[in-house]
Design a binder for this molecule. Sequence first.
Ligand code: NAD
Length: 628
Amino acid sequence: MGALTIDREDDVAVVTFDLPGESVNKFTARVIEEFEATFEHLGTDTSVSAIVVLSGKRDIFIAGADIEEFVSIQTREEAETRSREGQTIMNRIADSPKPVIVGVHGACLGGGLEFALAAHYRVASDDPKTQLGLPEVQLGLIPGLGGCQRLPRLIGVRAALDLILTGKSVRSQKALRLGLVDELVPQSSLRETAIRAAGRLARGQRAKKRRPGLMNLMLDRNPLGRRIVFSQARKTALRQTKGHYPAPLAAIEAVEHGLRHGLTEGLKREAQLFGGLAVGDVSRKLVQLFFATTALKKDYGVDVDPDAIQDVRRVGVVGAGFMGAAIGAVAVTRAKAEVRFRDTDAGRVARGVSHARSHLEQAKRRRRLTSHDVDRLSAMVAGGVDYAGFEERDLIIEAVFEDLEVKRKVVAELEEVVPDTCVIASNTSTIPITQIQAQATHPERVLGVHFFSPAEKMPLLEVIPGSHTASWATATAVKFGRAMGKTVIVLRDSPGFWVNRILAPYINEAAWLLVEGTSIEAIDRAMTRFGFPVGPITLIDEVGIDVAEKTSKVFHDAFGARLAPPPVVDKLVKAGRLGRKTGKGFYRYTKGKKGKVDRAVYDILGVRPNRDPKLGDIEARLMAAMLN
Ligand code: NAD
């Protein structure tokens, strides 16, 4: 069975794309062939005056190219040829004497948007599910079906680069403002509107051209202005990628080449650049990451009966301190759960509630929530110094002090009030979950959920079942973590779980380099050059030198001599240097801004920086520790 069906509305042919056996529409080699044959046939059919393309899928227009098929490409030449073949079809559509109109509802991404760009008129549904974008750079690629050429011609260079270089997608309202779509309608009238537009275009009426604004005239349409735009874009791309990701620079080149030498030359260059990137190491790794992340979304980390996984609608957060307040905020904003804080300190409760509400307001400013959502969700956040309301919670996240006895006491108190099916999760960073659950009446519903700071932003969540945790409880926590927008991994109950377990040897090795006489600047520079957003010494300042010292003791106890910390870091803690939070750590901080290395640190540690090793040697030593 084919993917395209045609029906008629007078002299307008309506092509519906519905890829059989798949939940999404995507461009495979076969689909492309079918498009080619269909357009060829409709082109010669004299009873057809215009062509409308719609999707038969529920909330997807076209999700892009088939990535599985794409990774089977072995050589640069093959990738370039594929891109050229795809471009030929897009050109045929763009050059078709019969107008082609797309009616877009749902995701219109990558090759899907490039197809829409080749069409003559774009109608989109005003539904929030309608999202348009070119996410290729996120896979280390560039749009290779003419997107680097047609997008800047349609919406201007600056707006086009913004979409291509970030890979972000925009909703249809924004797309209309950008000029990316011509008309916005409710989903229910998408087909009818597209057909009407087809009739108008077939009668020779042209789509309205947008009048360019002043900045547009100065920067997008004049060669000198454009040169400034491209040079700025290159600088930003280099600053952000530190030269590790070739795709953004290639995209800039493809766009610039096309604007300078014309569409035909631009397409040729675009395909060449695409070919080089497609079989490159960076793209291959990013694609692997994409597959892994997609697979993870379907994996609960345990064998579980899907019917046993609970829906979490009401959450209790015990300990409304730094982490608790942030976790509660994400639970209500992202997962839309009812949140009740409990803290022994009434001031902390009040701060927790107000933090969650201001987080909701922030989501409204970013247009992720409507005013109505914010009013409704704000009313779902409350708290107190007792456990009132906890008799009807589905999940508790405990973020009290990092102390086994305090945590065990909280679990015991909770078990008195919460229902038997309520999952109790601890946000401990270092205490074994099996110890926390040991004295519980129902240890099977106790587990660990380890968030990272700032919990509002950090994407990873570690879920840790202890020896007695039931799989339904683990899967319930995983499901809720995903509802909070996190990437969730399930781990064994072992010291440091995963992140801290690989981070600890790395940080420890950095501390050894320092006491051996390597300068702080060299250590941090080596690792930012390697690609980390901050170096290890800056990271210690961010986390807190006291926290790092405590954690390093836990690891030393767990792993023995191979994780012995250098015997000097406690001197900094004793000197009251705790990092950013006290305004001084390895670096100096004024008004929250990081300044230079504080030379006094070397005196306190009793070391002198002597000759720095090569940056590559620092990198090798630190990364070997982490990888091993
Ligand atoms: P915090 O000191 O800011 O907050 C702890 C809160 O718990 C305080 O508000 C305190 O009043 C409250 N509390 C203490 N005993 C209580 C009890 N019996 N009942 C109710 N409330 C009680 O600490 P934090 O940094 O938010 O850390 C909380 C937990 O999160 C710890 O287990 C910590 O290891 C873990 N954690 C912290 C980070 C981080 O970056 N700070 C990251 C991951 C995990």
